[in-house]
Design a protein around this ligand. Structure first.
Ligand code: HEM
Length: 372
């Protein structure tokens, strides 16, 4: 019976209309076509095979989504079917049977954990109640920067930001993502002095007090919000989001996709797509967000740094509260310079990426603060 089932399954698969696939090797499938930077190699493959392609990581079928239109189909039209996460036996044991919000299977346990997070733990009210804690942590960081500024020495800004974020909260998902966001924001601002100047003007116009910019004052800082939005567009900390898994067969864009297939949504490619973002899609331009209604809620699939649908990130408010006030204070009190490099290309050095849980800078950002 099992032999017959295998033959029937194989016949059914061969009749199915599968999405385009690049050629693959036995045993390893398409793994050899991925570099250390999967979001970049997946974009090159999608340019040849289209915005919906089927790869095999070993024997595991993985669907790769590289356009806003297909992302809409996955995270909106068929969101329920794609609401699972792939989780291997080792991870399952490590996480005590998947009892973890990020990776737990879609079901009652996940539903309860997510609503606990959204309604209580990470609600607007709760996030606001941590304001004093954020102020305390930021003031400690500012003191360290003042010392560096008065002795004209440099600081490892990547490490300083990481420490500031990681002594505020304890979530794996919520710590490195926020420090990575701030690290890329400072990198782009130091690379674009005109943008830095406009941001400092925006902060000065809207803050009454002297040294500490408060969270209340940030509400009106449109340019500051645009700078953070643009950083999340061009350097999304989770460029291929967090993989999902299909729980039942589905027809996607006319192709047959089998239950169990894993799904990678390449937000990095989608957010740099010149068809939707224009010919300057690869450039850092916060101005593009000033008159735009785009937000972080994942309703417009050309911009999905926090994902979308049921499995969307519940920590948006938490991350933004800290990122906005930290950035405002970092650039309000100091002007920033990086050491002139004697060898190599500056852009290549500052934009080099390290791929891990998220994509951060390969080399730490070493910068000189000087008090304004
Ligand atoms: C800049 C900061 C952050 C970014 C860019 C980010 C991004 C993401 C992304 C892309 C996902 C997957 C969404 C999907 O599958 O559609 C996710 C899920 C998640 N994030 Fe975040 N995140 C950030 C901050 C945070 C914070 C501060 C917390 C908590 C304090 C958090 C907790 C989570 C959790 C628990 C999930 C899993 C949700 C689920 O599977 O239902 N994140 N995040």
């Amino acid at each position: 019976f099992s032999l017959l089932k295998k033959i029937l399954d194989r016949t059914a698969t061969s009749k199915a209309n599968l999405p385009p696939s690049p050629w693959r090797l036995p045993v390893i499938g398409n793994l050899h076509q991925l570099s250390l930077y999967p979001h970049r190699s997946l974009r090159s493959l999608s340019r040849r095979h289209g915005p919906l392609m089927l790869l095999h990581f070993g024997s595991v079928p993985v669907l790769i989504v590289s356009s806003a239109e297909v992302a809409h189909e996955v995270m909106k039209t068929h969101d329920l079917k794609f609401a699972n996460r792939p989780i291997g036996k080792v991870t399952m044991n490590f996480l005590k049977g998947g009892r973890n919000l990020l990776l737990s299977p879609y079901g009652e346990y996940w539903r309860q954990m997510k609503s606990l997070c959204v309604l209580h733990l990470l609600s607007n009210k709760m996030v606001r109640s941590f304001e004093k804690l954020r102020e305390e942590e930021l003031n400690m960081m500012m003191e360290k920067l003042e010392k560096a500024s008065s002795s004209s020495s440099s600081v490892n800004l990547s490490e300083t930001i990481f420490n500031m974020v990681n002594t505020v909260d304890i979530f794996i998902a919520g710590t490195t993502t926020t420090s990575t966001l701030l690290e890329w924001t400072m990198t782009e601002l130091i690379r674009h002095p005109e943008t830095m100047k406009k941001l400092q003007e925006d902060i000065r116009t809207h803050s009454r007090s002297g040294s500490y910019v408060t969270e209340e004052e940030i509400g009106n800082m449109k340019y500051l919000k645009a700078v953070i939005k643009e950083t999340l567009r061009i350097h999304p900390p989770a460029p291929i989001l967090i993989p999902r898994q299909l729980s039942e067969d589905v027809k996607l864009k006319g192709y047959d996709i089998a239950a169990g297939t894993q799904v990678i949504i390449n937000a990095w490619t989608i957010q740099r797509d010149s068809a939707t973002w224009g010919s300057d899609a690869e450039e850092f331009k916060p101005e593009r967000h000033l008159d735009s209604a785009l937000d972080f809620q994942g309703q417009n699939f050309m911009y999905i740094p926090f994902g979308s649908g049921r499995r969307q990130c519940p920590g948006i408010g938490f991350a933004m509260a800290l990122a906005e006030v930290a950035l405002a204070n970092l650039v309000n009190r100091f002007s920033w310079k990086v050491e002139a490099r004697t060898v190599g290309d500056d852009d290549q050095y500052h934009l080099a990426e390290a791929f891990g849980v998220e994509v951060c800078r390969k080399f730490p950002l070493i910068a000189f603060p000087s008090s304004l």
